[in-house]
Each structure stands twice: as structure tokens, then as C-alpha cells.
Ligand binder design. Sequence first.
Ligand SMILES: C[S@@+](CC[C@H](N)C(=O)[O-])C[C@H]1O[C@@H](n2cnc3c(N)ncnc32)[C@H](O)[C@@H]1O
Length: 208
Amino acid sequence: MNTEFEIHNEDCIEHMATMEPSSVDMSIFSPPFPSVYAYTSSERDIGNSEDFKGDAKLHLSFFFKQLVRIIKPGRVVVVHIQQIPRMKRSGEVGLFDFRGLNIRLAERAGFVFEYDWMVRKNPQALKNGTGVLTPRGYVEIDSLTIGSEVIGSNGKPTTVVGVWPHFEKQMYRVTFNDGSFVECDGDHLWTVNKNAIRYASGRRFTNA
Ligand SMILES: C[S@@+](CC[C@H](N)C(=O)[O-])C[C@H]1O[C@@H](n2cnc3c(N)ncnc32)[C@H](O)[C@@H]1O
């Protein structure tokens, strides 16, 4: 065992309960975001809960109760979190305040909420006027607002949860081997599906 650090690879809910009180100097983590990603197939994974007010809340309340016990008094906990779009597949719309849930559960366990930073999550830019597929056809990207519906990469309608101003940026024309192109900034990441070339209103769009 190293005297400066240890690595524990366990189910945190069970394992934290076995750790010594006041034994952790600092905690930095990102909790699983319920219903957004499938991290693992385990039922212990909070990411697999669709029930924010039930399973997910219960797991997180156990988590914060243990965390407050094992962290040294006066030390810092940094939590990376995102708000959760409610999924239409579970009959819901809008956002779930996952940030607020974590703050309330942490405070209930005994933590003091100090402050937060907003991280612009998606700095990738497309040129104004680029066509975006919505359930009502293509619209220009700069007409989208929070709450607009677009067709997601799974082919199903999804709600826009954030719109970020990009100001002036260096743009590039990315040309695909079928001649279609898109104009985007240099940070834009692309997943390319060669079978997904779409045609609409005489214009060609590449679903990339
Ligand atoms: C938002 S992700 C954070 C990923 C991490 N920051 C990284 O960069 O790899 C949440 C992670 O917590 C894991 N997780 C979910 N339930 C857990 C549990 N009970 N014990 C330990 N890890 C868990 C998920 O599988 C997922 O990998």
C-alpha cells in the first residue's frame, strides 16, 4: 500500500460504507446521469435508473451520507454535473433539475454548498444557415432555441436543451467523398455513417 494514495475499484455505495471516517482529503467526481447514458449493464449503476425521484435519489442519498462521513472535515468536494433532459419515452418533457437534487441531498447529508461554475459543454459550431433536420423538415441552425425539437442521431425527435453564442470563429469547409460538404469550426467532432446520406428539398445533407 502506498502511503500517499490508494486506488479502490468497487461499487462506491457499498464500499464507502467500509471506509474509515475522515480518511479522504478531497473528492472530485461526476455522478452517473440517470437515464442519459448506459455506462454499464449493472442494476447498481445509477445511470440505469429512469426514476429521478425514486431509485436515483435513494442511491445518491446513500452516497452523500457516506461521503460526508469519510471526507476530512473542512475539505472540498467538487461535483461535475449536468441537467437531465426528460425522455419522451418515459412520457415526460422538459428538464429534470439533477444539479438541484445533488445540492439538496448533499446539504441534507451535512455538506455546505459554496458555489458553481458553468462549463460550456459543446463549443462546436456550424455555419449559420446550416440545415438541421426537425420533425417538420429542415430548418436553419440559427433559428433553433431552447425547447426546439430536432431529430437526434438515433433518428428520433429530441429537445434542444442549450444554445450557445459562438461569436466570430474560423470556419472550415469539410468535403466528403460524395461531394457533400459542411461548414464548421475546427473543434467540431464528427461520427460518420456512410449509409446516412440524406436528400431534402433538392439540397443534399450529410448526416454525419
Ligand atoms: C458521469 S460518469 C463519470 C465518468 C468518469 N468521470 C470518467 O471520466 O471516466 C459516472 C460513472 O459512474 C459509474 N458508476 C455508476 N454507479 C456506480 C457505483 N455504484 N459505484 C461506482 N461507480 C458507479 C458509471 O458506470 C460511470 O462510469
